[in-house]
Design a protein around this ligand. Structure first.
Ligand SMILES: Cc1cc2nc3c(=O)[nH]c(=O)nc-3n(C[C@H](O)[C@H](O)[C@H](O)COP(=O)(O)OP(=O)(O)OC[C@H]3O[C@@H](n4cnc5c(N)ncnc54)[C@H](O)[C@@H]3O)c2cc1C
Length: 484
């Protein structure tokens, strides 16, 4: 596509209704969607394309949550980092809000921007380099793509999310937790360097050693201070195989005690867990653990299962390739897509619960929660060690161990009153957990107020406010998080 075409596409789709979308600093006048046509004519020449057609705009106004819908006035599919610089500088001149979109797997409009510009990062998807201990990637690369490439060299990122079709920029803006977190922290703890375009439209490189203030403001920083364009991700040697153990428990306290034991002695490479509905009502507990190995070194089942108090003869043990294990959600996702449920509303709730409160809180929830409250969505419960968490904006309760408790609801049937009830339930549980010293993991669908964010980031709220003022002084970036 040549540059003239790119500019023409901008002009095609603009709707002539007069909604104020920004303030034109150069002319000291309000920009409306009607006057935006003339403003977009001043757009610089780009390597990528700006789309304003209704189909593209509508797609950027929906996410996996399918609850919030905010339509932008333009979507940039960048052809280079410089495009992002140009668009942010342009947006700044006209005071138009901007948000990056990775794979749009947010659940509550976090990557959307009403009457603003969405930057679809999926076109910046190059893996630049894979070395013996690191990979340099564009932020639009998805984790499965990186994993497939690193495995060719016998390497892997240390921590992967349960679903690996998420963008690297998208998970680094929130944290990125998975079954290996008890060993290696979250994904943001395994980043050596990032390149960022700030809200001023400047490209900056930062790490723990260089420009550290920006590094700590952007990783798990919910897109408030800059758009990640490249990341250097740590790699470790990968095994070829995985032995997966599924162990069932009837009792919450025994289940969590064994989970704590396993993350403490690190006998497994991966530890997670779930609440599973009983046919007769109520819940039992599934401990999922995995041991990564490369033959001829085979895991010793007896050693791995020693001292565990799962319900006897419930254990299921299965061998998979390392990649198939990490890609284990793919068949389920394909099935949910095929029956249309993947596009139902998903009012997901993700909480970090203090270690001391987990049995009380989860016990209370389990006593009243039914499958109708989750729409058969999974309920995750697993502990992680906090000692590996390095980034201040990744907020978790105090203590050496915290539990991820995630009720991944689907609204079935997909009607508004059920979604409203689920959001209300999320809010109540969020408050109950907060009052116990817990935090939300901000990939959730929870109606939040500014005071909630102030409390969430305390004692780093001032730090974030100052970083925001410095790196995004016009408050343009990522309004969908509703923080500023
Ligand atoms: C099926 C499924 C499974 C999941 N499993 C896990 C899991 O196991 N562990 C876990 O931690 N999370 C999990 N998540 C949550 C997921 O990590 C977050 O929702 C993540 O933000 C989604 O990535 P994305 O690429 O779709 O980002 P998007 O939804 O597109 O964006 C998320 C946020 O990041 C911002 N953003 C996107 N790209 C950039 C960038 N380059 N620079 C700066 N900001 C950016 C957006 O503006 C937005 O605010 C899961 C989500 C789904 C739907």
């Amino acid at each position: 596509m040549n540059h003239n075409t790119s500019r023409r596409l901008v002009l095609q789709g603009l709707v002539a209704s007069a909604i104020a979308i920004g303030f034109d600093v150069s002319n000291s006048s309000w920009v409306t969607s009607a006057s935006a046509t003339s403003i977009f004519e001043r757009l610089p020449v780009l390597d990528g394309v700006v789309y304003t057609d209704n189909t593209t705009l509508a797609a950027a106004g929906v996410d996996f949550g399918n609850i919030v819908h905010r339509q932008p006035i333009a979507v940039l599919k960048p052809g280079s980092t410089n495009d992002i610089v140009q668009i942010i500088q342009f947006a700044r001149r006209h005071q138009i809000k901007v948000a990056a979109r990775g794979q749009g797997h947010s659940t509550y409009g976090q990557s959307q921007v009403e009457a603003g510009i969405v930057i679809d990062m999926s076109t910046l998807n190059k893996i630049h380099f894979v070395g013996t201990d690191r990979a340099v990637v564009d932020a639009g690369v998805v984790w499965s793509q990186l994993l497939q490439q690193t495995l060719q060299q016998g390497l892997t990122p240390p921590v992967l999310t349960d679903y690996i079709e998420l963008s690297i920029g998208g998970t680094l803006s929130v944290g990125g937790i998975g079954g290996a977190t008890h060993r290696y922290g979250v994904q943001v703890d395994n980043v050596l360097e990032i390149q960022v375009v700030t809200g001023i439209g400047q490209i900056e490189t930062c790490s723990q050693w260089q420009n550290r203030h920006l590094f700590t403001a952007v990783l798990a920083g919910l897109g408030q201070c800059g758009i990640i364009v490249k990341a250097t991700i740590k790699l470790i040697p990968a095994a070829t195989n995985t032995r997966v153990f599924q162990l069932y428990y009837d009792d919450l306290a025994t289940f969590t005690r064994d989970q704590r034991l396993l993350i403490d002695d690190e006998r497994f490479d991966y530890v997670e867990g779930q609440l599973i509905a009983r046919d007769a009502g109520g819940w039992r507990y599934l401990l999922e653990a995995a041991s990564f190995y490369s033959p001829p070194n085979i895991p010793n089942n007896n050693l791995l299962l020693s001292d565990l108090n799962y319900t006897r003869r419930t254990e299921q043990i299965e061998d998979k390739t390392y990649f198939d294990f990490l890609n284990r959600l793919a068949p389920t996702v394909a099935f949910l897509k095929s029956i249309g449920v993947w596009s139902f509303p998903h009012p997901w709730l993700n909480l970090f619960v203090p270690n001391s409160a987990v049995e009380t809180l989860v016990g209370e929830v389990a006593a009243s929660l039914t499958v109708a409250d989750t729409g058969q969505g999974p309920i995750l419960l697993y502990p992680v060690k906090t000692k590996h968490f390095q980034l201040p904006l990744f907020r978790v309760p105090k203590g050496k161990i915290v539990f991820l408790f995630a009720i991944l609801r689907t609204a079935v049937p997909p009607d508004n009153s059920l979604v409203a009830k689920m959001l209300d339930d999320n809010r109540k549980l969020f408050e109950q957990n907060r009052d116990l010293g817990g935090y939300q993991y901000p990939v959730s669908a929870i109606p939040l107020l500014r005071d909630d964010w102030r409390q969430h980031f305390r004692p780093f709220w001032r730090y974030l406010v100052n970083a925001k003022r410095y790196y995004d002084p016009d408050n343009l970036l990522t309004p969908g998080q509703r923080i500023f």
